[in-house]
Design a protein around this ligand. Structure first.
Ligand code: 13P
Ligand code: SF4
Length: 304
């Protein structure tokens, strides 16, 4: 028999005794994706967290995702491998800034990308993820102005898809802006038959150069359905683990070698084990923030 990694064995034993479930985002390191009970995009992970019956959720992703799990399952213990795994985009806007924007645009509906703190969500009308942003904006009456926060590039993508004029904020993902349209052009030249996939957090020249612009899990389903043997990947490098596992016969070429989210990579198998051992660090939120963020997340889940 093949010797099993003792850390993995210990994680599996503790998972049982703690009745825990391990959720992981598509950008997590391969070892974490392999021990997870479910690997998905932000929308799928929120839905999963909302309906799980396990008393403990170990959330392997970044801080705002674990907060979302806590908001949707407030009676559960939500722990993370490392509290330092944040998301710089989500730190680009504060609840005070949302309140100031609302005062300036009192008519506007505030649509907040889930890559934001729970406290910012609590100041919002409705949330969206990259998977449902277009549907959420389309669900809002055409005569209402929309303030879209915090990702300017996702906002611009939604504008192009819906034809709506959005009031945009200046947030961005420092990882996705590293991909250049010239990276896509170069790889297309070397692999003329390849499928090009990109995340809507990429600026417009990259999104427009891609064949598919989608959330991380929709990327995975588009790749599975495509008959193209080579795929140029315009998103965070961790995505290639899932894509390669599901499509061992296909070749994946990163559009940009430095498209690495350092925060997603703070989590390690050892830290995941310690989180399960200690049930710490735990995500804790005030009742007020939970209630406010829940309203905006529930509205999102009702629409999509
Ligand atoms: P997805 O919801 O598409 O998985 O995206 C999350 C994210 O942080 C992208 O950078
Ligand atoms: Fe945040 Fe970008 Fe990392 Fe996603 S890839 S978690 S948006 S910094």
């Amino acid at each position: 028999a093949v010797a099993r990694d003792p850390v993995v064995e210990r994680i599996e034993a503790l998972k049982k005794s703690r009745e825990a479930i391990i959720l992981a985002h598509n950008y997590q390191i391969g070892e974490i994706q392999e021990v997870a009970d479910f690997v998905g995009d932000s929308l799928e992970l929120s839905r999963y967290a909302a309906r799980t019956s396990h008393p403990v959720i170990v959330f392997c992703g970044v801080h705002f995702m674990a907060e979302t799990a806590k908001v949707l399952s407030p009676d559960k213990t939500v722990v993370v491998p490392d509290l330092r795994a944040g998301c710089p985009m989500s730190d680009m806007i504060t609840p005070e800034e949302v309140r100031a924007l609302r005062a300036r645009h009192p008519e506007a509906i505030v649509v907040t990308y889930v890559n934001s703190s729970a406290a910012v969500k609590a100041e919002s009308d409705i949330c969206c993820t990259s998977a449902n942003a277009v549907a959420i904006v389309n669900s809002i009456p055409a005569d209402r102005p929309i303030l879209f926060i915090p990702d300017r590039y996702l906002g611009e993508y939604v504008q192009r898809q819906t034809g709506r004029d959005l009031l945009l904020y200046s947030g961005f993902c420092p990882t996705h802006v590293r991909i250049m349209a010239s990276d896509i052009a170069r790889e297309r030249e070397s692999h003329p038959d390849a499928l090009v996939i990109a995340h809507p957090e990429c600026p417009a020249p990259v999104a427009e150069a891609a064949d598919v612009v989608a959330s991380t899990s929709r990327m995975a389903s588009e790749v599975r359905l495509s008959d193209k043997k080579t795929v140029i990947v315009g998103t965070e490098l961790g995505m290639i683990h899932r894509l390669s596992r599901e499509n061992p016969e296909k070749t994946f070429i990163p559009a940009c070698q430095t498209c690495d989210c350092a925060n997603m990579k703070v989590n390690s198998l050892e830290r995941l084990l310690w989180a399960l051992e200690d049930l710490s660090p735990e995500i804790r939120l005030s009742d007020e923030v939970i209630a406010g963020a829940r309203r905006a997340l529930d509205r999102m889940l009702e629409v999509s």
